[in-house]
Design a protein around this ligand. Structure first.
Ligand SMILES: O=C(O)c1cc(=O)[nH]c(=O)n1[C@@H]1O[C@H](COP(=O)(O)O)[C@@H](O)[C@H]1O
Length: 236
């Protein structure tokens, strides 16, 4: 069962993977009411995007700050406190126990929710082995999900390929946020664990993170609306 409280149109999170605040503002204008939830990550965040995040949150949009924090606990905690003051809804950290514990403690009392990134969607088993891990992707995703749940983390980032298994582990208590979304016919790029929007929702994803299929579309608003239509059909 999907948590009923998420408005269908909030399930699409559009990644503003753009080089400047000016280009992001132009994209936000073009997308208009078709997007309620934006993600700001490395590219825009390091180019003035944190101030834009605060402004967007103040204007009524939801903001996912994808900063993928990972450091000693004290540094993570102080970083989370600063991010909480920006008014964002979600913040990513890597799914390491010290990092997750520090982030959860530091966000307590704020409106910020912590998402733990399990295994990046550009990784497959051989990439994990090359990085020194002995577990395969699905086992590591599940092990990290159990640790995140035990530490009180608010949500998980994984591929939609793992969503059904994760839903069985965490029930409705954690948000499942899935990048690696590719509408039929769109270029895969560097993603390795992908699904269409409809299949991701059917697998149990709460939120779909979509970057290039919207950012690089000839008509980004039409691309976003097509994803909304797939989501609505999958939820019906
Ligand atoms: O944390 C993320 O958002 C994230 C985690 C992950 O495992 N894979 C992943 O692609 N992402 C982000 O999701 C977005 C996907 O973008 P596209 O591949 O262009 O749709 C990018 O901004 C990535 O940084």
């Amino acid at each position: 069962m999907q948590p009923a409280k998420i408005a269908p149109r909030d399930r699409l999170i559009v990644a503003l993977d753009l080089p400047s605040v000016a280009s992001a503002e132009a994209m936000i204008d073009r997308l208009g009411d078709s997007v309620t939830f934006y993600k700001i990550g490395y590219q825009l965040g390091y180019a003035g995007g944190l101030a834009l995040a605060k402004q967007l949150a103040g204007s009524g949009k939801k903001v996912f700050l994808d900063l993928k924090l990972h450091d000693i606990g004290n540094t993570v905690a102080r970083g989370v406190e600063s991010v909480a003051a920006l008014g964002a809804t979600f913040l990513t950290v890597h799914a390491y126990p010290q990092t997750m514990k520090a982030a959860v403690e530091a966000r307590t009392g704020s409106g910020l929710k912590i998402l733990a990134v399990t295994v990046l969607t550009s990784y497959d088993d051989s990439d994990l082995h090359a990085a020194g891990y002995r577990l395969n992707v699905s086992d590591l995703v599940e092990a990290r999900a159990r640790q995140a749940q035990a530490l009180g983390v608010d949500g998980l980032v994984s591929s939609p390929e793992e969503a059904a298994a994760l839903r069985k582990i965490v029930g409705d208590r954690m948000n499942l946020v899935t990048p690696g979304i590719r509408p039929a016919g769109s270029a895969t790029g560097d993603q390795k664990r992908i699904m269409t929007p409809a299949r991701a929702i059917a697998a149990g994803a709460d939120y779909l993170v979509v970057g290039r299929p919207v950012m690089e579309a000839a008509d980004p608003k039409a691309a976003a609306e097509a994803i909304h239509a797939e989501i609505a059909q999958a939820l019906a």
